[in-house]
Design a protein around this ligand. Structure first.
Ligand code: HQG
Length: 183
């Protein structure tokens, strides 16, 4: 399978495992897991006929390790980024003092008043690395990097979770914990 097909299959998996499982005839359990045979069938119905080996290749090569296969290869789920309600059983963790969020200038006015909101997703996504946050912001234009005083938030009682693929997740970030550029 070439890189381009891998990316297409990965996009299908995001759709099927994070956002609209019902639309492709896929069922997720409460932990976000779907049966691999039914995901392969759904993929084939939607024009992505791939073998189990190819699915493993997509999971292994995914740039952000978005998906995880169970050890017996019977089930698959997305590690984060869901808009459907799932309980992934994230373990709460203590974040570093500062985490980063990449966004774009046009959102800053609203972020200054409302803070960071999770929007369609289940959490606000934060990163320990500036470069990662910059890439996230870049999807929407010239990236603007925000710092989040995560450890202070945590000390004030806000829960943080680290996803399997290294993304820090939290419910919401109020403006007082955000350091805006040039401040
Ligand atoms: C912005 C991708 C206005 C926020 C990425 C972002 C990441 C506000 C957008 C992961 C706001 C939401 C998550 C407010 C937040 N007013 N705008 N109050 N609060 N925003 O995609 O963090 O490819 O839901 O800054 O790489 O960009 O899906 O979140 O610009 O890891 O695996 O609203 O998604 O990963 O956008 O990205 P998103 P995100 P995947």
């Amino acid at each position: 399978m070439n890189k381009k097909t891998e990316i297409k299959v990965s996009k299908f998996l995001s759709f099927a495992l994070r956002h609209r499982p019902e639309e492709v005839g896929n069922e997720l359990d409460e932990g976000g897991w779907a049966d691999v045979p039914s995901v392969l069938e759904a993929a084939a119905r939607n024009g992505y006929a791939v073998s189990l080996e190819e699915l493993q290749q997509v999971v292994a090569n995914n740039d952000k390790k978005r998906f995880a296969l169970s050890d017996d290869l019977g089930r698959i789920r997305a590690s984060q980024g869901h808009s459907v309600t799932v309980e992934l059983g994230y373990t709460p963790g203590e974040p570093l003092e500062l985490l980063f969020h990449g966004t774009v200038a046009r959102f800053l006015g609203s972020i200054r008043t409302q803070g960071l909101l999770k929007g369609q997703r289940q959490h606000v996504h934060l990163s320990a690395q500036e470069a990662t946050a910059r890439n996230v912001g870049q999807r929407r234009g010239t990236p603007v990097l925000l710092q989040v005083r995560a450890l202070a938030m945590h000390h004030d009682g806000f829960a943080f979770y680290l996803s399997d693929n290294g993304v820090w997740l939290t419910e919401t970030v109020t403006p007082n914990y955000i350091v805006f550029p040039n401040e």
